[in-house]
Design a protein around this ligand. Structure first.
Ligand SMILES: [Zn+2]
Length: 130
């Protein structure tokens, strides 16, 4: 298939998705990234914001988000940065939402929020893991 950037811009979403599936096998090498801790924290916050959005239903995507945030949290735990860890914990909570730090699911259920409970994991979100 002879594809160039101008052709790709004109593709329908369906054709674009098909092409993406063909491209993935050629992208096997892991992506390595280095970033400043502040940038990592900012990205974690943006990812937490995205997790609150109900239009992110894909479980794999949510688990990827949770793993990224967990990696950032682990870095700051290694640095004994307790206030930053608390900030990350609070990033999962709003007055009207609770995002599970295990599965990434967002609950709008008043009782779940009140008790920090994830109905998908059947666990309390505040259970601290070391
Ligand atoms: Zn959960």
């Amino acid at each position: 298939m002879d594809i160039n950037v101008y052709h790709v811009r004109d593709l329908s979403e369906e054709d674009l998705l098909e092409l993406i599936q063909l491209e993935f096998p050629q992208c096997e090498a892991a992506i390595e990234m280095h970033m400043h801790p502040i940038s990592a924290l900012q990205l974690a916050g943006l990812v937490q914001l995205a997790l609150r959005h109900p239009s992110v239903p894909d479980e794999d995507m949510r688990m990827t988000a949770v793993r990224f945030i967990d990696g950032v949290r682990a870095y700051f735990k290694e640095q004994d940065a307790l206030a930053i860890i608390e900030l990350i914990r609070r990033g999962y909570l709003t007055p009207t939402t609770l995002t599970c730090h295990r599965c990434g699911r967002c609950s709008y259920n008043r009782h779940d929020i009140q008790h920090n409970y994830c109905g998908a994991c059947h666990r309390f979100a505040d259970e601290v893991e070391s």
